[in-house]
Design a protein around this ligand. Structure first.
Ligand SMILES: [Zn+2]
Length: 400
């Protein structure tokens, strides 16, 4: 299939077009099955069985959302309302979701993941990462990962999300690094730890990451979200694919990220939804670190599935340029997942494509809150229009 008359094509391949986004004007894109077959000016486009007229609108790679917690039951709207009314964040929040998740059936959990992935796809996201972390028993964590592995591209074992009630922290760390890891590793590519004061400290994080690496998993870390700490330093030391949050960084943390292959994944929806200070994206970019943007979609600290929302906030409040934010939400996310086949539209890449209803990618930040996604192809297959699909939004399937 050929997509013709693309007013502005973001390829993220500087060899194909202008600047870091590899912009091509008046472009065409040929998709062959699951892959991109050709990129270039519309006037040179080869013939194809099927043609789609982009009518001068912008086309981008699908977003790569490299951080989400989608396997859960219930929601916590009341907690959000209380937080916005000035009540302090209560630590029991995650445990509420753990209780509801353990009580849910497989079908209910699966339906919730599908609903969220569908919501994401309808907003341009074509690669999704999903963590466990609301089961916190061997069986419940394994179940979460089994469901995630069926529904998304990238799966992360996060038994070390929080210490559940009724078990000593040291005993729980042994479980996470032992029996639980053994049960979960077959379903996951990544291992993650919530390395934070009040969650898992440096020694506990090391014990869990060491065991995960021995089991063949690659680290990524929740790091430096709520305060300064060892998370980013450990992420770099362990050659983690990504250090996520990066809200409170020392100069040494920034230098370590800049001198490493570890991506700094910023999650501005969390700061928005918890009314916290944003991470300093400019400081990271100017130091030479690679920055990704992701949603951190979860029922507690950030219940958005929208990459366009994250882009708008990153541009408005974190002083990223629209080009930097769009790159971070596509190519940056791919780097955070060590993927070379997504986040880019070049021959051989996966045919994950989004068409905006606007002439330029800049509209993603310029028109905040306005749906911009006109069409999405995932592995070359057109995603059904989510408004036409109907009745999917609003939490059907999990809560009565
Ligand atoms: Zn998270």
């Amino acid at each position: 299939m050929v997509i013709r008359n693309i007013g502005e094509l973001v390829t993220n391949d500087p060899a194909l077009g202008h600047g870091p986004l590899g912009l091509v004007r008046d472009a065409a894109l040929v998709l062959d099955g699951e892959r991109v077959a050709w990129v270039g000016p519309t006037s040179d486009a080869p013939a194809a069985d099927e043609a789609f007229d982009a009518k001068g609108r912008a086309v981008l790679p699908g977003f790569v959302d490299s951080h989400g917690h989608l396997v859960f039951a219930g929601e916590r709207a009341e907690e959000f309302a209380a937080r916005m009314s000035g009540e302090p964040y209560k630590a029991g929040g995650i445990r509420t979701t753990v209780e509801e998740t353990r009580a849910a059936t497989d079908d209910q959990l699966r339906a919730n993941v599908r609903r969220l992935v569908d919501e994401m796809t309808g907003q341009g996201t074509t690669t999704v990462e999903c963590k466990s972390g609301y089961g916190l028993t061997v069986e419940d964590e394994r179940r979460a990962l089994r469901i995630a592995a069926d529904e998304v591209d990238e799966v992360t074992y996060l038994g070390a999300h929080v210490v559940p009630q009724g078990i000593e922290p040291d005993d729980y760390v042994k479980l996470v690094a032992g029996e639980m890891l053994e049960a979960c590793a077959p379903y996951a590519r990544w291992i993650d730890v919530f390395c934070e004061h009040g969650a898992f400290d440096e020694d506990q994080t090391r014990e869990i990451l060491d065991a995960g690496v021995r089991a063949g998993l690659t680290p990524r870390l929740h790091a430096n979200q709520l305060g300064h700490g060892p998370g980013v330093r450990l992420a770099v030391e362990y050659q983690a694919a990504s250090a996520d949050h990066c809200t409170f960084l020392t100069d040494a943390d920034v230098a370590a990220l800049a001198g490493s292959q570890t991506v700094a994944t910023l999650l501005p929806g969390v700061e928005f939804s918890t009314r916290q200070p944003y991470p300093d994206a400019r400081r990271l970019i100017e130091a030479g670190a690679t920055v990704a943007l992701a949603t951190d979609c979860n029922p507690g600290s950030c219940y958005t599935s929208s990459m366009p929302f994250c882009i708008a906030v990153a541009v408005r409040d974190m002083r990223m340029t629209p080009a930097e934010a769009v790159w971070a939400a596509t190519a940056g996310g791919a780097k955070a997942l060590r993927r070379t086949d997504v986040g880019v539209l070049a021959p051989g890449a996966r045919a994950d494509v989004q068409l905006l209803g606007a002439p330029s990618y800049i509209h993603l930040a310029y028109r905040p809150g306005v749906p911009q996604t006109a069409a999405v192809w995932k592995r070359g297959v057109r995603h059904p229009d989510r408004r036409a699909a109907g009745s999917e939004g609003g939490g059907a399937g999990v809560r009565e």
